[in-house]
Design a protein around this ligand. Structure first.
Ligand code: CUA
Length: 412
């Protein structure tokens, strides 16, 4: 599927789909520089098997990487070549050739990763001992020469020998590859529980570092961009196996920080993560530019108020609205009085304009607890079905008088 993202608003909408054979699809990576305009996706179970896939989906030696020319797909859609299925424009490769090709890859590949210059596409069968470096220029030549070995539902299958540059003997169970700034690649080895470091172009494996147990994903600093930063890499391991004090049957999993500045890799640190660590990105800190508070002018909530004197309770029949201001160190109003059976809407505006000054609103007896960021308004609605006096209070430490930030709901 091609999704459209509005660069201004960030809104995502459906673009188009390409009709594909009923394989299982896994991961993808975008082409870059040389291969810009293309995207690559791994797939397995090209046997189209059902039932015990452990056996039935591993019969062929190779599955595929699907190479999608998304610029060609966009052009075809613009020319009205898509069929509308379920409200989505779908391209059928049988009717619209040139949009997708299949690259044979070792069976059951997991990741596919495009090198920083866009020239190499790295994919591995996860039961193999090698990873394959496909050459994008050779892929283009094979497409031009119709160097195909067959097709799957009308999608041409390129000849493996014509499009690969190398099979790199990285070790057993290669899953994912990340890149450094100096032409090195780093491949996670699930079966070997290690990371292999190897060189693009010479295809030489220069080092391996063991991981605590069964590495899955890995992330090098900006390691899947056109300009990898190097220096650090994190291995995300599927189990922690003895790396920490056991605290029960369910144990945290481990990630390990690796120094990749020298030719020999060095483990620097173990950290424990939730199961199961599936992906990470390392980016330079100065690229992260978060807003500090929600801008007041962007708060369109009609119940937002910005002055303590506007706080209060109003009623329309059985509907009660409480406009509440949260600011150090009072919840205003300090009393909300309603009748049993009222539908109560509480609109909470945190008028703080200071970084990290969150306030909460906890009303234990009605099972309510929300946290409101600076400049934000949130509403909670409940039926006041229990009579009595119930405390509400701030649930996020905000000042020395945090615990004094409280009031009472009275239900008559
Ligand atoms: Cu506000 Cu604690």
């Amino acid at each position: 599927a091609g999704m459209k993202i509005d660069p201004k608003s960030g809104e995502i909408s459906y673009g188009w789909e390409v009709l594909m054979p009923p394989f299982d699809y896994d991961l993808g990576d975008a082409g870059k520089k040389l291969s810009d305009g293309w995207a690559f996706f791994t797939c397995y179970n090209s046997e189209r098997a059902t039932g015990k896939l452990e056996v039935t989906a591993s019969q062929r030696d190779r599955d595929y990487i699907a190479a999608v020319n998304w610029r060609a797909a966009e052009k075809a859609i613009a020319e009205g070549k898509g069929d509308v299925i379920g409200g989505v424009k779908v391209l059928d490769p049988k009717k619209v050739p040139g949009v997708v090709y299949l690259l044979p890859c070792g069976k059951s590949p997991h990741g596919v990763d495009v090198a920083p210059d866009g020239k190499y596409i790295i994919g591995s069968g996860k039961l193999q001992g090698v990873t394959t470096a496909f050459n994008f220029e050779k892929v283009q030549t094979a497409i031009r020469n119709k160097d195909f070995t067959g097709d799957e539902d009308g999608i041409p299958v390129l000849k493996y020998e014509s499009i690969k540059d190398a099979e790199v003997p990285v070790g057993l169970g290669p899953l994912h590859t990340q890149f450094g700034p100096d032409g090195y690649a780093y491949t996670s080895l699930f079966v070997d529980s290690a990371i292999a470091k190897w060189k693009l172009g010479t295809w030489e494996v220069v080092d391996k570092v063991p991981m605590s147990y069964s590495i899955g994903h890995l992330a090098a600093a900006e390691g899947d961009t056109v300009s990898p930063d190097g220096k650090y890499l994190v291995g995300l391991n599927k189990l922690s196996h003895g790396r920490h004090l056991s605290v029960g049957p369910s144990q945290p999993e481990s990630s390990q920080l690796v120094d990749i500045t020298e030719e020999k890799m060095k483990i620097l640190l173990d950290a424990f993560t939730e199961p199961e660590p599936h992906y990470a990105q390392i980016i330079k800190a100065d690229k992260v530019k978060p807003i500090e508070v929600y801008p007041k002018e962007e708060n369109k909530n009609p119940l937002a108020i910005w002055d303590v004197k506007d706080a209060g309770v109003s009623r329309e029949g059985g509907n009660v609205t409480a406009k509440v201001v949260l600011v150090r160190s009072t919840i205003s109003p300090t009393v909300i009085e309603v009748n049993q059976g009222d539908l109560v809407k509480v609109a909470l505006t945190n008028i703080e304009q200071t970084t990290d000054e969150l306030h909460g609103f906890g009303l234990l007896d009605y099972n309510i607890n929300v946290v409101v960021d600076p400049g934000e308004t949130k509403t909670v609605t409940f039926r006041a079905d229990k009579p009595g006096v119930f405390p509400y209070y701030c649930t996020n430490f905000c000042s020395a008088l945090h615990q004094e930030m409280q009031g009472y709901l009275i239900v008559r």
